[in-house]
Design a protein around this ligand. Structure first.
Ligand code: ZN
Length: 142
């Protein structure tokens, strides 16, 4: 997904609005060794543009797994539902942390579908969260 047409000023604005953390897994910029990415909530391939309302911050993992998806399957209902919209929806209404803090738990159809579509509990993410917990950095206050 190209972000070449997004100015540095717009990137800075989106990063500030997103609180310098991934809109999906809440990974904070200071905890990951690469810049968080500007993601298109509606992918360019599906008609999304570079207007601020369509941009948010995502970690490389969430952005890569999201790809061009805008919907996913809720495993409880077996139905296609919209993925989480980090700009318009509240994280805590759709997600929570497992008791250990290592796993993101989907609390709604959208939350469950997004956890699966973005592979938010992949082994690398869970391993990193385990180390953040040991360091006292996680889970974040939301
Ligand atoms: Zn993420």
């Amino acid at each position: 997904m190209t972000t070449s047409a997004i100015s540095s000023a717009l990137r800075a604005l989106v990063a500030q609005q997103a609180g310098h953390r991934c809109g999906y897994c809440l990974a904070r910029q200071e905890y990951v060794p690469w810049p968080l990415e500007i993601e298109h909530i509606v992918p360019v391939a599906k008609g999304g543009g570079n207007e601020v309302e369509n941009l948010w911050l995502a970690c490389r993992s969430c952005n890569s797994f999201k790809g061009v998806q805008t919907e996913g399957i809720d495993p409880f209902a077996g139905q296609n539902v919209p993925l989480f919209h980090p700009r318009n929806q509240l994280w805590t209404e759709h997600f929570g942390w497992s008791e250990s803090g290592e796993l993101i738990v989907g609390l709604s159809s959208t939350g469950r579908a997004t956890v699966i579509a973005l592979q938010m509990n992949n082994i690398v993410a869970v391993t990193v969260r385990r180390n953040w917990i040991a360091a006292g950095w996680h889970p974040p206050q939301v």
